[in-house]
Ligand binder design. Structure first.
Ligand SMILES: [Zn+2]
Ligand SMILES: [Zn+2]
Length: 327
């Protein structure tokens, strides 16, 4: 197999030829057809997340076909089209697993971080944590649903059912969730970097009723807001934009420090919370919704050997929609 490997955080990925991996008990091997590039991959590569497995193959938005079954895998078959998400394994025993909050498991493994991911021709996954995908839809278009879509969906659910919703950072996740929110009949307010006219036009094209810079006050108070950009200063900005009793959800795994802000921004029962990871139930729910809502992703493809370029473009904010690596 060929893989783009991170040997040390802060260094570019290196193309390596390795022996084809063999699935162990309960595992499957997937021939990767496409793998989305998520901001979390950047955090891993840039060393902003602690204790990655090293070396590691990043990538956790994997679409492919099962080409080898390990012993004891009954629920999946050779040739099945599957998706491999960020949540790669949970213990099944800790209090969070028992309380149906496996996203908070005490001993999890995460694809592309603490187990190898999909910037490769092949990937190994625990058979219990892959999603069976429909045969329709292009591989590249489906890949961003595996994290941007899934975590986006979880954050949308946690934001509550407020009608006027703000999305801060209009990248891969927001461009999917704006479509879901519109389909649910909500009004979407899109916040981008100051002066990013292209992103604002993109947001309006996807149904946002208003698009502006994250420093701006929206034309009316919001019921809720989701922050997708890894920028702590957006927390007080979003709290300022929501009404009394409004809710602000931080959807990223990493964020720069949140600046101090006056208590009155939180006062009047405004709520602030974060979203961590996903559960398999989120996946089942979201893929059904994505189908019903007719979600269309906007993607930019890169050959596997140019994964570093995809990461650089994401880091620089040069992308519209989602980057996808194709082996
Ligand atoms: Zn657990
Ligand atoms: Zn992700």
């Amino acid at each position: 197999m060929r893989a783009m490997v991170l040997e040390r955080p802060g260094e570019p990925l290196r193309l390596l030829e390795q022996p084809d991996p063999r699935p162990a008990e309960g595992e499957v091997r997937v021939r990767v057809a496409a793998c989305g590039v998520c901001r979390t991959d950047l955090h891993v590569v840039d060393g902003e997340l602690p204790n990655p497995k090293l070396p590691v193959v990043p990538g956790h938005e994997i679409v492919g076909v099962i080409d080898l079954l390990g012993p004891g895998v009954d629920a999946l078959a050779l040739g099945m089209r599957v998706g491999i998400p960020w949540l790669g394994y949970t213990c099944g025993r800790c209090r969070y697993c028992r309380e149906e909050r496996e996203n908070l498991c005490e001993a999890p493994l995460f694809t592309g971080y603490t187990r190898d991911g999909g910037f490769a021709t092949h990937a190994i996954a625990d058979g219990r944590f892959v999603f069976h995908l429909p045969e329709s839809g292009e591989d590249v278009g489906l890949a961003p649903l595996l994290c941007a879509g899934l975590i986006g969906w979880r954050s949308l659910r946690l934001a509550g059912d407020g009608r006027k919703i703000g999305l801060y950072g209009f990248g891969a996740a927001a461009h999917i969730i704006a479509q879901v929110a519109r389909w649910q009949g909500r009004d979407v307010f899109a916040f981008t970097r100051a002066g990013d006219a292209a992103a604002q036009t993109f947001a309006r094209k996807l149904g946002a009723c208003w698009a502006g810079s994250s420093e701006e006050t929206p034309p009316e108070p919001l019921d809720c807001a989701i922050i997708y950009a890894p920028v702590g200063a957006l927390v007080p900005a979003a709290l300022r934009a929501v009404r009394k009793g409004g809710r602000v959800v931080c959807a990223g795994i990493h964020m720069s420090d949140i600046p101090a802000f006056p208590y009155r921004l939180l006062w009047e029962e405004r709520e602030l919370l974060s979203v961590a990871n996903l559960t398999r139930k989120d996946g089942a729910e979201f893929f059904a919704i994505a189908r019903k809502a007719g979600i269309k992703t906007e993607t930019v493809s890169y050959p596997l050997t140019r994964a570093n370029e995809a990461l650089a473009d994401l880091r620089a904010g040069r992308l519209q929609g989602a980057a996808v690596v194709v082996p």
